[in-house]
Structures are given as structure tokens and as C-alpha cells.
Design a binder for this molecule. Sequence first.
Ligand code: SF4
Ligand code: SF4
Length: 350
Amino acid sequence: MPALSLLRQGNPLANAEHQRDVLERDNQSGIPSFQSTLAVHGIVPLKSGQLTSLQVNVGKLCNQTCRHCHVDAGPDRRELMTKENFLHCLRLLSESTIETVDITGGAPEMNPLFEWFVSEVHRLGRHVIDRCNLTILTAPGFTHLPQFLADHHVEVIASLPCYLEENCDAQRGDGVFQKSIEALKLLNGLGYGRENPELKLSLVYNPIGPALPPNQQKLEQSYRDQLRQRFGIEFNHLYTITNMPISRFLDDLLQTGRYDEYMTLLVNSFNRNSVQSLMCRSTISIDWQGNLFDCDFNQMLNLPLVDTLPRSVSNVRIADIEDRPISVGRHCYGCTAGAGSSCTGSLVPG
Ligand code: SF4
Ligand code: SF4
């Protein structure tokens, strides 16, 4: 089956093969390597510092199939982190001073061990982030979750790509906007998104097409005004995130003939000031099988840590992965364009 067809089914080998095709194309079309751009700015090798965040991808199972999804997640995916790997994550955490465990998926709540893992991390006194798609909180079998999250002071970071129903549903599927509003009201009702610093609720915006996100601060104000006036909803922060040219979004770019245009935009918008705060410098990412990566995006591309480093959470020590050189590729331009981008929004004032 051609790589593109397999890619849409989330086949990891097809993803790697497909990415090689794209790399070849980049070499021919003259898009500079990310490494060479860093070198021009005197930033090689790109290295991490002390780790503050452990990002754990607990599986690819999701109740949605969004157009931009860089995980290729969906209801048919069966990849889920096992208890053994969760225990390795807890061991690494307990040996470190890492403050935050950032749990992602898929819809992370659909991993049957999600609640147990959150409870264990909470018991270790570390902060938990749940990357939540909101609709899962009203799905049958999951409606107890908002109270569970509140009881464990879990920060909820939720996707809401637009405050307009039509735009949101175009990207995330029919009916998603209304269900998201319902979930946000539930969370607000439990105290999320208001003054209580232990019940943080933040929203994530990403552009619908191949464009950079607008100014984060201004957009946050627009979201606040719209959601407050129309639905009485409150939240703490809005994070704008650039669409990465990988996985399902890459597929979309190639099919619509906009890949070169988007890469050119990212390359021309390189912002040296964003490099200091790149999330790979303070994060380690772990996939559902326990493999280590510099970030969630490298994980999706199966781009491992550099050769000399351990590859699995089962045998890694924290000293191995602090101050480590970082594996980069052309997709990294998605993190350094404009105001920069990370899982917690822009990196420099826009
Ligand atoms: S909700 Fe998130 S993980 Fe699920 S398909 Fe959408 S973007 Fe992917
Ligand atoms: S994709 Fe972004 S976070 Fe990941 S290694 Fe590249 S620059 Fe760092």
C-alpha cells in the first residue's frame, strides 16, 4: 500500500518511510536543514538543561479524529502504555526533581491506567497536566472524570481551536464545539478556570490552515470576551500552538499542494530568541512503549535521542538525559517560527 494511504491509518513504519520521502524532497527544493540555521546563529549543538517536565504519551486511542492531529490518534488505535512502563516513569520521576508530569495521548483518559497513574504522581507531590480534548469528559463511562481531576488538582489543558462553532467543528469534527462548551461549563462548576490556583484550566488554539498563529495575548483576550459573553465560561490562559509539518497535517499539506509554501513561511519566520525556551530543552518525552524522545513531535517521527544516550525509560537515569544534545530536523522550524511554539504556547512575546 502506498505510504500516504498507510500514513492515514497511523502505521509507524509508513510514517518513517513517508518522512524520508519528504526529507528527500526538502533536500531537492533547497529548504535549509534546521541544524544549518542553528549554526548560522551560533547555536550548535542544541542542548537541553535541567529537566522540569516529563511528558508521557499514554497511547494513541482517542474518541476523535482531528484533521491536524500529529499523533494520528483515533478510536481504532490500540496502542496503550502498560503498567510496567508507567512504573518505570514513576521510578524516573522519584529519582528526579522534575516538577511536572504532562500526560498526553490520544485521549489520555482512555488508557485504563490513567487514574491510577495520576494518583501515583499526585502522591509523589508532583504537578499533573492532563492534555484533554474536552469531549471525553462528557462521553459515556468518563463523566466522573471532572471530579477526579479536581480532587487531584490536575491542571487541564484543553484544545479549543476556535471560539466559533463552525471553525472548531471543521477541524475537530461535527458536534465537537457544543460538547466542548458543555465540558468547560462542568469544569467551571467545579472551580476550574477561576481564582483557585490548584484548578487551572487553559485552552489551546492552533491555526486551521497553513498559517502562523496570531498574537497569543490578543487572541486570549478575544477568547475570554467571546466565551464569557456567549457562554459564561472562564479560563486561565490561552496557548497558541503552530501546526507542525508532520503526520496528519503534513498529509493535508501535501495533498493540497501547500507543503513548500508552508515550509518557506516557517523557515523565513525563524526567530532566534525562541531557541532559548524550546520545550525540548527542559522536557523528556516518553512514548506508550517506554521509548525516550526529545519531544512529542520527534516521538511521532520516530526520531530517537542521539546515539550515545539510553533509548528506554526502563534503563535511563536522570543524569543521562540532562544537558543532552537534542536530535533536530526540519520540522523544528515549527517551534521557532514567529513567536515560537511549544505545548504551553508561544515562547517569546509576539
Ligand atoms: S483530540 Fe487530540 S489526540 Fe485526539 S484526534 Fe484530536 S488532536 Fe488527536
Ligand atoms: S520539534 Fe521543537 S521541541 Fe522538538 S526537538 Fe525540534 S525544536 Fe525541539
